[in-house]
Design a protein around this ligand. Sequence first.
Ligand code: UPG
Length: 483
Amino acid sequence: MASSAATVVLIPFCVSGHLTPMLEVGKRMLRSRCCGDDDDGRPAMSLTVLLAQLPESHRAPEIDEIIRREAASASEHSGFDVRFHCLPAEELPDFRGGEDFISRFMQQHASHAREAIAGLESRVAAVVLDWFCTTLLDVTRDLGLPGYVFFTSAASMLSLLLRLPALDKEVAVDFEEMGGAVDLPGLPPVPAALLPTPVMKKGCNYEWLVYHGSRFMEAAGIIVNTVAELEPAVLEAIADGRCVPGRRVPAIYTVGPVLSFKTPPEKPHECVRWLDAQPRASVVFLCFGSMGSFAPPQVLEIAAGLERSGHRFLWVLRGRPPAGSPYPTDADADELLPEGFLERTKGRGMVWPTWAPQKDILAHAAVGGFVTHGGWNSTLESLWHGVPMAPWPLYAEQHLNAFELVRDMGVAVEMEVDRKRGNLVEAAELERAVRCLMDEGSEGRMAREKAAAAKAACRNAVDGGGSSIAALRKLTQEMAHMS
Ligand code: UPG
């Protein structure tokens, strides 16, 4: 029997940094219940999640668990109707670069997505596409459905992508050769040397970003995992058309921070138990996202920097990915660390060799600073808990995030990362940055104050009358009217 509840179709890209926030946005839409209940009490909206799964060889190890957990938790919540459909498997495109691979992989699923959506029994209110899936806007257009884009990173990155089609025509050379700065309205001039990795050189990854940036303009709206109060000037510049002069930018819905929190396990994780024994705000936490790992010489530099800093630390150290996979392995700490390091730092340092419960760690009162690759989810998690950062950007848009965190928001201290030498950070520089972050000096104090203010802004945004709640309500109401 056809359900009377309209459904919103979500099409995520299945890596944790994209899938988790998209599912959380979907659940928050259901929770907001803005469409009101049907007369018979059934929920007014359901979610249909279409999964284009990477084969096991290319799948992040944590993905199956995330999907299993989300599917289970969705069915546990009464009134929540969340259905997962796996799209038929497609051959993998050949690998020419990350953004190119993701974009083509999702493009290959277009006809499957079309069939799946057309075959749904429920009325479809809208389709929400991960921002790497803008090729699927053809599908939503052909089916006469509103297609929204879900943007998993900062408004600063969105602004750059919206501007990129025009910049591409203005700048003939590769950005890495350009020198000077790029004007992104609402931000201080961005040194060209700090632009996102795939933007630096014109090639297939770059071409896809130009493509996505131009197709964002066709979306019914862009849902952004940020907080209006964190990036006000950039968002204002997007809204008033300064990014794309002469064109009307789709409505922007800032619904962040979209973070999903699990109930803590009955028996706390080993990292959390170790933190329990440390003084308040005394530990610097180091973790580099779902794909972060370092070559052995860089591991030695980190170890030396941490040892010399004298500060307490919790370091998530991963091993290099095996051939053909982008995901780190568990680290063999004994093999990677300098001789005697663990004994010398015993009591004040912990090295964790595998996936860590990052959110629980950042929530712990003993954590006083975060050395992060600056992935946007990690950034929001840190701000949610008011933890100041020292960004160590590695790839994707992380250099731009780091610039914004240090120069615009002031919630982070700067660490010198040698981009020309594979984002190398020397021991002395890590030591300096860790001291700056954790000591009582003015720079660290300022970052702590700004991070505390950002924490308040994040929490207010998702509180009753907050900006993100209002944006979410507006979005769901709009979708309800379209269905
Ligand atoms: N995480 C853990 N434990 C670990 C490592 C990571 O829980 O040991 C979690 C972390 O809490 C976060 C997520 O994994 O929720 C990582 O997300 P993010 O910080 O966004 O990093 P990436 O996984 O690297 O995310 C990709 C891009 C990044 C971009 C992001 C969103 O690399 O640059 O900002 O997607 O678009």
